[in-house]
Design a protein around this ligand. Structure first.
Ligand SMILES: *[C@@H]1O[C@H](CO)[C@@H](O)[C@H](O)[C@H]1NC(C)=O
Ligand SMILES: *[C@@H]1O[C@H](CO)[C@@H](O)[C@H](O)[C@H]1NC(C)=O
Ligand SMILES: *[C@@H]1O[C@H](CO)[C@@H](O)[C@H](O)[C@H]1NC(C)=O
Ligand SMILES: *[C@@H]1O[C@H](CO)[C@@H](O)[C@H](O)[C@H]1NC(C)=O
Length: 359
């Protein structure tokens, strides 16, 4: 009986790959607001929210909990593969509890939580879900066989996190006593543990994305002593150090875990390219938040009392004080999907998804 099932499964996966040109049954997404598809909305304890208008207005035409005007990078990648969007894990849990669905969706799950970081302490008082807890949520499903070993081995895993840790380091009410280098090392230690754990659970297609230039977000005006007419250099320096260490960790995946593949998405340089050549990429404004208020539109979260919103959100690099617009996300997702070595290495996502891995 079991043998028959396995044979059927194999045929099914070959069929999928024949139709879509890929070998990935599902996508599992971890990280922060760049990926969050609504987990925070379903987390009643959490104060980091984007579940009110005008979030979502350019694509979904209603708020979904995503921190942008439309789809995120994870949504686009899912579309490129040919899947419906991965649902927030906490939404699926609610649906299973109240009986509106029977089991976990076959296209994967999204565990990302806006405001969270790679350090457990980051924005803890806002009730966010750090990557360690996201990993435990996934591990429980794997151990309870809600996600099979076969599916884990063939699926695509996406991770992006760290911006909130670095932003928090510069918070004048922050508590870190570490030097910038030591702080970055402590972040990398946590990411290293996450990668180890996910590989030990059987993941073999792992994509880790670098941080963008966090020192350029309009919300930098919330911190004392930051420049307005240029990016915050000290913050970007830390981001670059983190990204460098991160690429080292990703390169270690294939060595430590034979048969597994890690790819590193070069989001930092990709976004700097948009900022340097805005017109080429269809941007009219790469400095201000489309939606918000105050200096650079960075003083107020979009949707909060007193906000204004621009006419053409997708001509702006930034949708709100921290987050890119859907147009920016689409360009990043395309670069990661089919770009060359300056965008993602050693393989792009299209190649990673289409590779045949042994069973
Ligand atoms: C997937 O790989 C096969 C060769 O293994 C190739 O023929 C096909 O075009 C690829 N599909 C995509 C979408 O890259
Ligand atoms: C919310 O907080 C309570 C008490 O701190 C905790 O027991 C519960 O697990 C939290 N819920 C979520 C979804 O994080
Ligand atoms: C079940 O939970 C989901 C997610 O919270 C919700 O959208 C849906 O309305 C609920 N359905 C019922 C029948 O309570
Ligand atoms: C960007 O948009 C803001 C308003 O949202 C405006 O004040 C600023 O001049 C614009 N910058 C450019 C270069 O168009």
């Amino acid at each position: 009986m079991e043998k028959l099932l396995i044979i059927l499964l194999l045929h099914f996966s070959l069929l999928i790959s024949a139709i879509n040109g890929h070998n990935v049954p599902s996508i599992y997404v971890f990280g922060d607001s760049i990926f969050d598809a609504g987990n925070n909305h379903y987390n009643k304890n959490c104060t980091a929210q984007a579940d009110f208008p005008p979030y979502g207005s350019s694509f979904f035409h209603h708020p979904t909990g995503r921190f942008t005007n439309g789809r995120t990078v994870a949504d686009f990648i899912s579309q490129f593969i040919g899947f419906p969007f991965q649902k927030p894990f906490l939404e699926v849990q609610d649906e299973i509890k109240n009986g509106s669905i029977k089991g976990y969706p076959s296209n994967g799950l999204n565990f990302a939580s806006a405001g969270s970081g790679v350090l457990r302490a980051t924005n803890l008082d806002s009730g966010v879900t750090p990557i360690q807890v996201q990993l435990e949520q996934f591990r429980t499903l794997a151990e309870d066989r809600h996600i099979s070993k076969f599916v884990i081995q063939q699926s695509l895993f996406l991770l992006e996190s760290g911006s909130n840790d670095i932003f928090a380091y510069f918070d004048p009410f922050g508590t870190s006593t570490l030097t910038p280098d030591a702080y970055v090392r402590s972040m990398l230690m946590e990411v290293g543990k996450f990668i180890d754990q996910i590989c030990k659970l059987g993941a073999r297609r792992i994509a880790v994305f670098s941080l963008g230039p966090v020192g350029c977000v309009p919300a930098r005006v919330l911190l004392p002593g930051t420049p307005v007419t240029k990016c915050y250099g000290k913050m970007n320096k830390m981001v670059k150090n983190y990204n460098k260490g991160l690429e080292g960790l990703v390169n270690g995946i294939a060595i430590k875990y034979p048969g597994a593949f890690g790819v590193f998405g070069e989001v930092y340089k990709t976004v700097q390219d948009f900022r340097a050549n805005p017109r080429r990429y269809g941007f009219a404004n790469v400095t201000y938040a489309c939606c918000g208020d105050g200096t650079l539109g960075g003083f107020l979260q979009c949707g909060k009392e007193g906000y204004t919103v621009c006419k053409n959100p997708n001509e702006y690099l930034f949708w709100d004080f921290f987050h890119p617009s859907e147009h920016t996300y689409k360009l990043i997702a395309k670069a990661l999907w089919s770009g060359g070595h300056t965008r993602i290495r050693p393989l792009n996502l299209k190649t990673l998804a289409n590779m045949t891995l042994p069973h």
